[in-house]
Write a protein that binds this ligand. Structure first.
Ligand SMILES: [Fe+2]
Length: 128
């Protein structure tokens, strides 16, 4: 069953889609069912991918990762960061290799704050 805000990837062509409205019907690309991207929430070692959220006066600053910045090179970088507050996708920022792996979301605050990021090599990550 597909759900709102889920991300799916086609393992043939590399398309990534996100549901705005999900009917529950499986999504197909290149003749195959797309794969649900299930965000990872813990780094085993080395590179840091789990988004770190800092609450500031006018919103949240999300960094990938906390002590060690994720690389931002043509070959390996964070493609986007999303902020989901109380179940609503509030904003998605697309990054390029020349950007910092960090973004200041100037938004209204909420109770349940989730940040997700997508690394072009290591996939989808979430703070929870
Ligand atoms: Fe990575």
């Amino acid at each position: 069953m597909t759900k709102k805000n889920e991300l799916y990837k086609c393992n043939t062509c590399g398309n990534i889609v996100e549901f705005i409205v999900a009917s529950g019907v499986p999504v197909v690309c290149c003749g195959e069912k797309m794969e649900l991207l299930d965000p990872k929430t813990a780094d085993a070692s080395g590179e840091k991918h789990v988004p770190f959220i800092e609450e500031v006066s006018d919103g949240y600053i999300v960094s990938i990762g906390k002590e060690v910045e994720h690389p931002m090179t043509e070959e390996h970088y964070i493609q986007f960061i999303e902020l989901i507050i109380d179940g609503k996708l509030i904003e998605r920022v697309e990054l390029t290799p020349t950007d910092k792996p960090k973004y200041h979301f100037r938004v209204e605050k909420g109770k349940d704050v989730v940040a997700r990021e997508y690394c072009n090599i290591h996939g989808l990550w979430s703070n929870k």
